[in-house]
Design a protein around this ligand. Sequence first.
Ligand code: ZN
Length: 309
Amino acid sequence: MPKPTIDAPSPKAAPPEVYPVGLSFDVEEHFRIETAAHLEVTAELKEAYARRMEDATRWLLDQLGERGIRATFFVVGQIARSHPRLVRRMAEEGHEVGSHSWQHKRVHQFDATSFREDLRQSMDALSDATGQPVVGFRAPTFSVMRQTSWAIDVLAEAGLLYDSSIFPVRHDRYGVPDAPRSAFVVEGERRELLELPPLTLRAFGQNLPVAGGGYFRLFPLAVMRRGIEQAAQRSHSPAVLYFHPWEFDPEQPRLPLTRLSRFRTYVGVNRTRGRLLRLLAGHRFTTLRDLAERMGPSRDQLPRFRLVA
Ligand SMILES: [Zn+2]
């Protein structure tokens, strides 16, 4: 019997490819967060946070494993030296291990030479722990911005496949509000790199950072889901989400932060475990490396964005 023929849709009418959601975790001990950078933290408290980071990360790995979900863990390089078994477990269970810098300093604190060294140190430590090359980077506090555009050259020269540090939002600490919201090719001074920006929701005439953080903890899950739906309607636009192990540790000791920072950091931490599990039940997920590889063939069709000020 002849196969029925179907009229091929015209290229314009073809709906955009719907990608699995890119799931990422930025793995750092809680005292390393930017809002606590000015605090003196005792060695004892640092040790307590390191133990809690490990427990919370194991909980995350257990949940992902039970559901057959693979994610990207952007890990601080020093953690690969202090907790090599934890980092090896991530890779053994099929997750991607990317770099979250050597010790979680913002990119603004470096020049190109010292940033290259910091990146190299973290990539070496991570690949020593996993036996696999590092291909992705997430800057602490999304600190790849106009002022730090030279970082793109350094990341590309290090042989990375992608970056996921440019947040297309207006925020007091980070963001490049006019950067594309879909996957794009970011141009540094001499080199370029594939960028997978965290998810934003277009509402009230601006880009809201619904990829994680306070938006995940404070607002109903429906807000993040609306962002995921919007992304599915745009071309080459996988939704990229991010979380931290400490966000799933409601019993952790609180850092003595200012009122605003305390609110931003701890709002909703009591309900994140259940909320994450509901999120995991509702979507297909994958690693950012997988998304970057899927973007490869259509790289010429991606928007280009020049970061240099
Ligand atoms: Zn971080």
